[in-house]
Design a protein around this ligand. Structure first.
Ligand code: AMP
Ligand code: FE
Ligand code: FE
Ligand code: ZN
Length: 274
């Protein structure tokens, strides 16, 4: 059984529709696939229909934008009710924060002489509930300002770069509580990829486990072998489930193919036994 517990569709910053994604998952030989768009569950229904068609099992998930100690941290929630009122209000606040950030990013780019408008980004992110930096990056690629999404982040969109602006994110421990209260299980996404390693210390991961965290995404392309070994040991020490996933974004992320990392069937079963 091949299980991939973290993927994105065009409801956030992936490039496949939820339906296409389910068919690609089947073609990639996956048995179980989680759809985990950023801050939105708007792809679930389409994915569920297509998953039946394609013969894969869909896990309904979401990747919540959270913050801890001033740093952006991603939290995966599975099997939760996105309509649970408190969770729903927080997700709406994150999505609102995304829309408020957009004109600031665009203005900063315009002030550097780049020809880009909010409408360009909205057109590029037409199907997305969660509009974000990757869509701005895509417009910059379309216009020939940069060659790739990565280059757009490097030059303009990463923290410390001129078109980077903070937006609202849910406090990490509170987000764990919200996922649990909404009937779901919470898994820390790629904890030691991209700059969150310094805040997600072994001690903090232990405290998250006590606060209701169920698992840690260990096998992820953002982690080298040493990081994976260390995270696996930390997870074991706190009786946390170990997951592995692709974090597939379609054309949006090179080298993150469906099933490039997978979750052990045993760990998958533990995750949903809780
Ligand atoms: P946002 O939530 O709009 O701030 O954008 C965050 C998303 O951008 C992440 O989920 C990644 O998919 C993508 N991303 C973040 N950093 C980079 C980077 N350095 N290069 C390419 N994509 C990135
Ligand atoms: Fe993303
Ligand atoms: Fe993420
Ligand atoms: Zn992701």
């Amino acid at each position: 059984m091949r299980v991939d517990l973290h993927t994105h569709s065009d409801r956030s910053d992936g490039t496949d529709s939820p339906g296409e994604l389910m068919h690609k998952a089947a073609a990639a030989g996956l048995d179980v696939i989680a759809l985990t768009d950023h801050d939105a569950a708007t792809g679930w229904d389409e994915a569920a229909d297509a998953a039946l068609d394609a013969g894969v099992r869909l896990v309904r998930g979401i990747e919540i934008s959270t913050c801890f100690d001033g740093t952006s941290v991603h939290l995966l929630g599975y099997g939760l009710d996105p309509e649970e009122p408190v969770l729903r209000a927080e997700l709406s606040a994150v999505l609102r924060g995304r829309f408020e950030r957009l004109p600031r990013m665009v203005e900063a780019l315009q002030s550097m002489g780049i020809d880009i408008t909010v409408a360009d980004v909205e057109e590029r992110s037409d199907n997305a509930a969660a509009t974000g930096r990757p869509h701005v990056a895509d417009v910059l690629v379309d216009k020939g300002v940069v060659a790739t999404r990565d280059e757009a982040f490097e030059r303009y969109l990463m923290p410390g770069r001129p078109a980077h602006f903070q937006r609202y994110a849910v406090e990490l421990f509170y987000a764990v509580e919200l996922v649990v209260n909404a009937g779901g299980v919470a898994v820390l996404a790629h904890p030691w990829a991209r700059g969150s390693r310094h805040v997600l210390t072994p001690d903090v991961i232990g405290r998250l486990a006590s606060a209701g965290l169920t698992g840690v995404e260990v096998d992820h392309n953002g982690h080298d072998d040493a990081a994976r070994d260390r995270l696996r040991a930390i997870a074991r020490a706190h009786d946390l489930v170990v997951t592995g996933s692709s974090d597939y974004h379609g054309q949006g992320k090179v080298g993150f193919d469906l099933g490039c990392n997978t979750t052990e069937p045993r760990e998958y079963e533990k995750l949903f036994a809780r």
